[in-house]
Design a protein around this ligand. Sequence first.
Ligand code: AP5
Length: 191
Amino acid sequence: MRLILMGPPGAGKGTQARYVADHFGVPAISTGDIFRANVSQGTPLGVEAKRYMDAGEYVPDEVTNLMVRNRIDEDDAAPGFLLDGYPRTLAQVTELDGMIEFTGHRLDAVVVLTVDSEELVQRLLQRAQTDGRADDTEDVIRRRQEIYLEQTEPLIGVYRERGILVEVDGMGEVDDVTARIFAALDEIPQS
Ligand code: AP5
């Protein structure tokens, strides 16, 4: 399976990604997690990414695309993968298309989690108290939401036109959301 998990900040992408990836036996690849790992290790990539992440802005496409290309080339992603948080721009969609086409495979489905905007903010403010993520302040959360609406939400239409969009209600208990995702994806023929 080659899957994308999309949704606004706080929709539950990271939470659900691990269950979905386990279910299909593929790695969950989170661009946010890879950036954060680089930030904490102080790598040049981390130093560059941090200034965008802390402001709630997207890391430039060329940086992100190269990072994903390298990750997808790793052996564990040969049978498939679940992308959490990539692509987020139209340029990233085009780049990913090229990466997948090069391997002779296709994208099976794009799952979009939908969650009320106030619930999103509440989830992230709550996480701020427990995890202390640098981008979980109220101002930065609002900026992340704006950027999502401007740059990433339009991707939903692109994938809908391709007939591979799966919209899943992301409200409610984590287990219930997982069950909805499985029910929707189990209908999809695997490549
Ligand atoms: P990233 O880490 O992907 O952040 P995000 O998109 O803002 O998403 P979050 O991690 O905040 O939310 P999520 O949807 O994963 O929800 P989660 O499961 O964590 O990216 C961070 C930054 O990296 C970006 O802002 C950007 O700068 C950069 N970046 C990343 N990808 C990029 C790209 N492709 N291009 C350019 N830049 C990029 O859940 C959130 C909270 O809610 C958790 O506390 C969780 O426990 C809780 N929760 C989850 N589900 C439920 C539920 N059902 N009920 C109650 N609480 C729940």
